[in-house]
Design a binder for this molecule. Structure first.
Ligand code: NAD
Length: 457
């Protein structure tokens, strides 16, 4: 994206060609969208639970009918591999379908009291602002959108300037499915203007932010001004802990995909590999052949496992982290146009080195040996982040002990599972605040009201 000409220029990161231009929205357009969403609120919350559920199911079906179209847009706009992009569009459908089951079940309680009846109700918040980063434009949009709409809120969504195309199409599909005008608005414009307006506008009652920790902190501080509800899904530097008793072949074969999926532009990337000293050499041998086998190529090719980075700027950031570190080995990347960067393994790496401590957000993983279980836990937790992680061991006691000891929100044992929409997701420490997805997500989009009705007199 470039805004120098006054237009947003949307670029295909695999070949650097401009695929679309659009005028960026400013403050006025943001205010108009918020006003439309606020105006649509009363009618939307009055839609009966069954009808709201039906409309969300129809929205899910409309997305299902557009999977190939949405996937092709993301391949062109974000450089995602076609296999990943199909999964992402399917994830939007599934999130909408899952939360379509929620409106009729979003019930309060009747609590025993004397002298009357006590009831609780879940009330919608009003307008919810959803701010989305460029790395997973579709799923992240839907993780806020599905439960927010199901709970009776209206939504203004701001996609990242680099990747707005699927969000714009999703808003059209919502209308085609019968979701009323104003219930789901998309505004494409700069974060500092349109995104920030969602923070400062008093009609927006909650901000769901996914992005960098630095912007997330500013958003949290801004929301404090109005005691505005806020959910933050921020950065990560997750650990992949490999114990000596693990299935080393499997751990090594899967480690590249846990770090390099989406070219490493994944908040859940297991970008720190911790290996028990006694098996370090063997693990590195296995890892080298696995890394060299990662298929990096045209995102449109169904056999591609990794595409380009999102932009030239992002490639510079990634290269900056690698300069000055020791590269143990690398995979391949195409030559020529496109923001390509090869899968890269850093080792040996010092425990205080920047590349070990900071989120790189590119296909770079660092490997450090550890002595024993206590050292592994200390090393894994020695970070300001705590989003995801994996651990590999055949010892079930250790698997449970270490799972409980790791300060992280989403952990996989003997796997690197991706986020499941029916289980909760979110970070410890500076990786975030609040949880998305899972059976309780509507609580984050509702105010709990208590009503006492006297039966006396
Ligand atoms: P970013 O913070 O630069 O931008 C994210 C979004 O915020 C964009 O839409 C941007 O326009 C908007 N924005 C920027 N400045 C703003 C401001 N002052 N006010 C309001 N909105 C503003 O992040 P990015 O570079 O797009 O994404 C990468 C980051 O996102 C990484 O740190 C990654 O770890 C994180 N991320 C986290 C999760 C998670 O679930 N925890 C998921 C994906 C990405």
């Amino acid at each position: 994206m470039s805004a120098t000409s006054g237009e947003l220029r949307i670029v295909n990161p695999a070949n650097e060609q401009t695929i679309a231009t659009m005028p960026p929205a400013g403050l006025e357009e943001a205010d108009e969208a918020i006003a439309r969403a606020a105006a649509a609120g009363p009618a939307w919350r009055a839609v009966s639970p069954g009808d709201r559920a039906r409309l969300l199911r129809r929205f899910a079906e409309a997305v299902d009918g557009a999977i190939e179209e949405l996937a092709a847009l993301e391949v062109a706009n974000a450089g995602h591999t076609i296999a990943n992009a199909r999964w992402e569009a399917g994830n939007v459908r599934d999130v909408l379908a899952y939360y379509a089951g929620a409106p009729e079940r979003h019930s309060g309680r009747q609590i025993p009291v004397t002298g009357g009846v006590d009831l609780t109700f879940y009330e919608p918040l009003g307008v919810v602002g959803i701010i989305v980063p460029w790395n997973f434009p579709m799923p992240i949009a839907s993780w806020g959108l599905g439960p927010a709409l199901a709970a009776g809120n209206t939504v203004v969504l701001k996609p990242a300037e680099l990747t707005p195309l699927t969000a714009v199409r999703l808003a059209e599909l919502a209308l085609e499915a019968g979701i009323p005008e104003g219930v789901f608005e998309v505004v494409v414009g700069p974060g500092s203007v349109v995104g920030w307006r969602l923070v400062t506008h008093p009609a927006v009652r909650k901000v769901c932010f996914t992005g960098s920790t630095s912007v997330g902190k500013a958003i949290m501080a801004g929301c404090a001004e109005q005691v505005k509800r806020v959910t933050l899904e921020l950065g990560g530097k997750s650990a992949n802990v490999v114990f000596a008793d693990a299935d080393l072949e499997r751990a090594a074969a899967t480690a590249p995909y846990a770090a390099f999926d989406n070219a490493g532009q994944d908040c859940c990337a297991r970008s720190r590999i911790l290996v028990e000293e006694s098996v370090y050499e063997r693990f590195m041998e296995l890892l080298e052949s696995a890394v060299k086998n990662v298929v990096v190529g045209a995102p449109t090719d169904p056999s591609s496992e990794m595409g380009p980075l999102i932009s030239a700027d992002q490639r510079d950031v990634v290269a900056g982290y690698v300069d000055g570190s020791t590269v143990a080995f690398r995979g391949n990347a195409p030559e020529g146009p496109g923001f390509w960067y090869p899968p890269t393994v850093l080792a040996p790496v010092g425990r205080d080195e920047t590349a070990w401590r900071e989120e790189i957000f590119g296909p770079v993983v660092a490997v450090v040996p550890f002595e024993d279980e206590a050292d592994a836990i200390q090393l894994a937790n020695d970070t300001e982040y705590g989003l995801s992680g994996s651990l590999w061991t055949r010892d079930i006691g250790r698997a449970l002990r270490v799972s409980r000891a790791l300060e992280t929100g989403a952990l996989s044992v003997n796997s690197h599972s991706s986020v499941r929409y029916w289980t909760p997701f979110g970070g410890f420490k500076q990786s975030g605040l609040g949880r998305e997805l899972g059976p309780d997500a509507l609580h984050g989009f509702s105010e709990l009201k208590n009503v006492f009705i006297s039966t006396e007199g």
